[in-house]
Design a protein around this ligand. Structure first.
Ligand code: AMP
Length: 209
C-alpha cells in the first residue's frame, strides 16, 4: 500500500509515520529527514536545502521530486511505502501521479491555534527522530525510547514556524481538495493524543487489508 501523510507542520505526521511504519512494515520516507541528513553531511543538496529550510520556505519542486522519485524506486518500496511531508505542492502531487499510484492520503487535521506551541516546544531525538513536547519532559534531556539526545530543530523558532504555517496555507492545503476529488482522502482529527489518532488510522488501514 502506498500512503501519503498530509497535515500542517506540527500536526503529528512524523509521530504517526513512525507508528504506521513499525506496525504495517512500510518504509517511512520523510523529505524533511532526507534534507536534514544531507545538511548534516554537507552535500550539495544539503547546502541548497538549508537556504530554504532556514527561512521556512519550500525547497524547489524539481529537487524534491527527484529525491522522492529515486527513493521510491528502491527495492524496499516494492510492496508499499509511506510519504511524510511530500507532496507539499500541487506540482509535486502531479509529478507523483506520473510515477506511482497512491492508495490512501491520511490528512491529520489540527486547529491552527495549537500548532505554534506544539512546534516551538518540540524536542526531537537525534538518533530515532521521536518527538516530545517540552512541557511533558520534566527536565529530561534524552529520548525515553532509545536514550538519544534531544534537540530543538533550528526551524522550530517562532519566526520560521510562522512562515512554515503561511507556506502550508498557501501551497500545501490545496492538496486536501486535490486528493478529495480523487476519492483518496481520509481525514482524522489531530487535536487529541497520538494514541487516539493512531487508533483511528489503524482502523482505516486494517479495513483496507
Ligand atoms: P519537515 O521535516 O517535513 O517539517 O520539513 C522541514 C523543511 O524541509 C520544510 O519546512 C521545507 O523547507 C523542507 N521540505 C520538506 N519536505 C518538502 C517538500 N515536499 N517540498 C519542499 N520542501 C520540503
Amino acid at each position: 500500500m502506498n500512503i501519503i501523510l498530509l497535515g500542517a507542520p506540527g500536526a503529528g505526521k512524523g509521530t504517526q509515520a513512525s507508528r504506521i511504519s513499525d506496525t504495517y512494515k512500510l518504509p517511512h520516507i520523510s523529505t524533511g529527514d532526507i534534507f536534514r541528513e544531507n545538511i548534516k553531511n554537507e552535500t550539495p543538496i544539503g547546502l541548497l536545502a538549508k537556504s530554504y529550510i532556514d527561512k521556512g520556505q519550500l525547497v524547489p519542486d524539481e529537487v524534491t521530486c527527484k529525491i522522492v522519485e529515486e527513493r521510491i524506486a528502491r527495492e524496499d518500496c516494492k510492496n508499499g511505502y509511506m510519504l511524510d511531508g511530500f507532496p507539499r505542492t500541487i506540482a509535486q502531487a502531479e509529478a507523483l501521479d506520473k510515477i506511482t499510484k497512491i492508495d490512501l492520503v491520511i490528512n491529520i487535521d489540527v486547529d491552527f491555534s495549537l500548532l505554534l506551541d506544539r512546534l516551538c516546544g518540540r524536542r526531537v531525538c537525534k538518533d530515532c527522530g521521536e518527538s516530545y513536547h517540552i512541557s511533558r519532559l520534566n527536565g529530561e534531556t534524552n529520548c525515553s525510547r532509545c536514550g538519544g539526545e534531544l534537540y530543538q530543530r533550528k526551524d522550530d523558532n517562532p519566526e520560521t514556524v510562522q512562515s512554515r504555517l503561511d507556506v502550508y496555507n498557501a501551497q500545501t492545503s490545496p492538496l486536501i481538495e486535490y486528493y478529495t476529488a480523487k476519492g483518496l482522502l481520509f481525514n482524522v482529527g489531530g487535536n487529541t493524543t497520538p494514541e487516539a489518532v493512531f487508533a483511528e488510522v489503524s482502523k482505516k488501514l486494517d479495513s483496507m487489508k
